[in-house]
Design a protein around this ligand. Sequence first.
Ligand code: WT7
Length: 685
Amino acid sequence: SSISNSIANSSYSVNTRTRTRKMVKAVSLGDPLLAEDQDEAVVVPSDHLSQQALVPSLRDYLEMYKASIQDPGRFWSEIASQFHWERKWDPDHVFSHNLDVTKSQVHIQWFKGGITNISYNCLDRIVESGGGDKIALFWEANDPGSDASLTYKQLLSRVCQLSNYLKDIGVKKGDAVVVYLPMLMELPITMLACARIGAVHSVVFAGFSAESLAQRIIDCKPKLVITCNAVKRGSKIIHLKDIVDAALLLSAQTNVSVDRCLVFENEAAMKREPTKWQEGRDIWWQDVIPEYPTHCEVEWVDAEDPLFLLYTSGSTGKPKGVLHTTGGYMVYTAITFKYAFDYKPTDIYWCTADCGWITGHSYVTYGPLLNGASVVVFEGSPNYPDSGRCWDIVDKYKVTIFYTAPTLYVTRYSRKSLRILGSVGEPINPSAWRWFYNVVGDSRCPISDTWWQTETGGFMITPLPGAWPQKPGSATFPFFGVQPVIVDEKGVEIEGECSGYLCVKSSWPGAFRTLYGDHERYETTYFKPFPGYYFTGDGCRRDKDGYYWLTGRVDDVINVSGHRIGTAEVESALVSHPQCAEAAVVGVEHEVKGQAIYAFVTLVEGVPYTEDLRKSLILTVRKQIGAFAAPDKIHWAPGLPKTRSGKIMRRILRKIASRQLNELGDTSTLAEPNIVDQLIALADC
Ligand code: WT7
């Protein structure tokens, strides 16, 4: 059969099992043209898998896809009807939108007038339909051997207790709640408790610094902050409450004061006693929440009422508060989860993402629970105590669907429970794909290489396992209702085989509705570059068979291990250092992290560049943004290559950073062309 052919033709076979992640990445580094050669190399799903798949063939997909494009109102109404609505939306206005800034303000609405609650749909609906005793969350602690679980019924009770507390202290529909928690079960519990009472959660990844947290608090002015005293990450203990204290101090200086801080005592990391405490403001979760009733009426909300804010980096300025609303997001995350992972009620699902990122919002919490799935929530890191941890967890919980960033590990466990693999966050190149497929999945699990963004709410371009042949490295075809278009520099749509800027025509239910407090920036960033379309910021190629191949960001956004970082943010952190005069940050390819951060800095006159200064520059970035944004390389520069009008030529800096010195291109338009030679000479200092 063709599946065995494709394995026979692939460069890896079963005896490559011990190949390490590093080697695989090294093999696959580099040449984007490699993808071209892979157009023909398809991997065909097995008959067994296809026959049982929700969408068993390309023909079935095309039929559904066509229906979703021809009559989106009808298509999405049918899907939305699977959920509980206190009141239905207006059937004549399932959606309304304007994406064309040149006409009028951009707006997107889905199921307006429909009244529902996502927390009710995740919990009560499942319990009422007989799923109450099914495990909702399997929790695996940082330290092996420590775990817990909650059934849907138990999860509902926990959520209700917190909702009751929130209501009791005066949190109302529309109020913001900032959540700074690691991957404890209390994180999804908090999200669902906020949603239950119509409060808007703003989860901040617990790896962000006090300054970044403060920035987000100042922007959304929450009624309270929910955190825990400390967390163990690998063998390290991180005092999250101290970070929150510092953030609240910084916010107070900007006149944003938060009266309440609810602190979960994470005993495994630290007992409560040493925790610094502000009487009157701080309160222990365990002291109050268990006292509250386990039943709480939901607050029914409009489909277009906000559900959450999630800050993400852009190419300029401060982080943007991406706002998602209730109804469309609910329908979209549920249905993308179901189809892209070919979800069956017997599946055990594990997504390695943290709820501090969109992947955790849509595909740890909402999407899976809306489907009544059993979800593994993992507190720790994949390489603690060793690199076998992931497979240990897969075997322990008999995980059938495993969704992760394309970071690969050594295998030495059985993993025989696996059925579907998922990949997200960065382009997975063909050889890494093959490794994931052949080694991790033993050549039997299809890979859903899901392309999407914080802004899109859910999957946009993704394989449907079983439905069609896959091409390693391609995210394949659009999800139902999604109309990707590739445009040229002028914004003209290109048909057929081509490459260019990836945009989306029309709206889909999961789309974000605005940037919190800055609708103008929403329009400028996403809708002005190519009027009439949503601009993704990604480059993309479509091959002769219509498969989409994502080629990475085309703006000044770097993607480090699937975490999005704006070069402007890192630059502004660097220049805040008193001895740094100017900074220019670019991304360079990195064999493990996908991209690494490479910073060129010029110093204040008379300041010598020393090892201490290098360290202190890096520390500044860690403090202002978070450890994950620390530059991998600081390149001391006597000056930066600029045009005569003063614009930094990043193109040249990227070439210097990646040591592609014979591809510098035309440097004659530079104000001081000899700067380039100086930079090259200093590259390895
Ligand atoms: C950017 C969005 C939403 C997932 C987590 C990251 C890149 C995401 C893929 C993929 C190639 C991908 C894009 C995108 N990206 N998934 N399967 N193949 N690139 O969310 O932080 O909003 O970043 O991640 O560049 O624009 P995010």
